[in-house]
Design a protein around this ligand. Structure first.
Ligand code: NDP
Length: 263
C-alpha cells in the first residue's frame, strides 16, 4: 500500500449541481476519482447524460445526470428523492451551479435580478435544504455541503485601473450566498451537517470565455500567479472540505484565487 493521505468516497453518493461542464464537471470528476457515486444536476445542456457516462467510465463508478432547475424548490425536492432512491443515500452536496448577467448597473432590470439570484442564492438554498431534509429525516450525521461562491463575494473585479467589471447582481449574489452558508452552518451543526464555501478567482470556463481579451490580460497581469485557473484546480479544496479530513471545519469560506486577495 502507498504512503500518504487518501480521500476515499467509496459508498458515498454526492450531488453536484452544474456538474456537467466547467468547474462543476471537474468537481464531479474529482469526487468520482475518490470513488463516489455521482449525481449531476444540470439545467438544459443536451450532452449531460454523455458527460455523466464519460466520468462513470473513466473512474468505474456509478454516475447519472438529472435535469432539474435548482431555482424551483419542488423540482429540487423531487430530484433529491429520485437520486436517493436510484443511486443510494445522498451523503454530500456540491452546490456549484451559478449564472451571471454582465451589464452596466444603470441598465439592470428586475428580471436580471431574478435570473441571477434565483440560481446563485435561492438555488443554493433549495439544494442545501433538500439535502439537509434527507439527512435530518434519517438522522444521518456527517452530511457535508460545499458551495461554490466567488472571490467577488469580497471584492469587485477591475477591468482597467479605474473601471469595474459590470456585474453587480452577480457580485452581490455571491456575497449573499457566502453569508447564507454561515447561517446554514450555524443552524445545522446540531444535526452533524457541515457547510463550507469555496470561492474561486478567475477560471477558464464558458463563464469567462467571452471576456474582452484586453480585460482578461489586464486581470491576469494583476494576479500574483499571473494567470487564470484551470477548472480542475478548484477540485482539491472542495474535495477536502467534503471529506472527513475537514471534520472540524464548518461555516468557512476558502479562496482559490491565485493570490488575488493578497492585494
Ligand atoms: P458554467 O457557466 O461553465 O456552467 C454553469 C453550470 O450551472 C452549468 O452546468 C449549468 O447547467 C448549471 N446551471 C445554471 N443554471 C442552473 C439552474 N437553474 N439549474 C441547474 N443547473 C444550472 O459555470 P462555471 O463552471 O464557470 O462556474 C461554476 C460556479 O463557479 C458558478 O457558481 C460560478 O458563479 C462560480 N465561479 C466561476 C468563476 C469563473 O471564473 N468561471 C469564478 C468564480 C466563481 P447547463 O449546462 O444545463 O446550462
Amino acid at each position: 500500500m502507498g504512503k500518504g493521505f487518501t480521500i476515499d468516497f467509496s459508498g458515498k453518493t454526492i450531488v453536484v449541481t452544474g456538474g456537467n461542464r466547467g468547474i462543476g464537471y471537474e468537481l464531479s470528476r474529482a469526487v468520482a476519482k475518490a470513488g463516489a457515486t455521482v449525481a449531476i444536476i444540470y439545467r438544459s445542456s443536451k450532452d449531460a447524460d454523455e458527460k455523466a457516462a464519460e466520468i462513470g467510465k473513466e473512474f468505474d463508478v456509478k454516475t447519472k445526470a438529472y435535469q432539474c432547475d435548482v431555482s424551483d424548490a419542488d423540482q429540487v425536492t423531487k430530484t433529491f428523492k429520485q437520486i436517493d432512491d436510484e443511486l443510494g443515500p445522498v451523503t454530500g452536496l456540491i452546490a456549484n451551479a451559478g449564472v451571471s448577467v454582465v451589464k452596466p448597473a444603470l441598465e439592470l432590470t428586475a428580471d436580471d435580478f431574478q435570473k441571477v439570484y434565483s440560481v446563485n442564492v435561492l438555488g443554493v438554498f433549495n439544494t442545501a435544504r433538500a439535502a439537509a431534509k434527507l439527512w435530518t429525516e434519517r438522522k444521518y450525521q456527517g452530511g457535508s455541503i460545499v458551495i461554490t461562491s466567488s472571490m467577488s463575494s469580497q471584492i469587485i473585479n477591475q477591468t482597467s485601473e479605474n473601471t469595474a467589471l459590470t456585474q453587480v447582481f452577480y457580485n452581490s449574489s455571491k456575497g449573499a450566498v457566502s453569508n447564507l452558508a454561515k447561517g446554514l452552518a450555524a443552524e445545522w451543526a446540531q444535526h452533524g451537517i457541515r457547510v463550507n464555501v469555496v470561492s474561486p478567482g478567475y477560471v477558464n470556463t464558458d463563464q469567462t470565455s467571452g471576456m474582452d481579451p484586453a480585460v482578461r490580460a489586464y486581470q491576469a497581469a494583476n494576479l500574483p500567479l499571473k494567470r487564470f485557473a484551470q477548472p480542475e484546480e478548484m477540485a482539491g479544496q472542495t474535495v477536502l472540505l467534503l471529506s472527513d479530513f475537514a471534520s472540524y471545519q464548518t461555516g468557512g469560506e476558502y479562496f482559490v484565487d491565485g493570490g488575488q486577495l493578497i492585494w
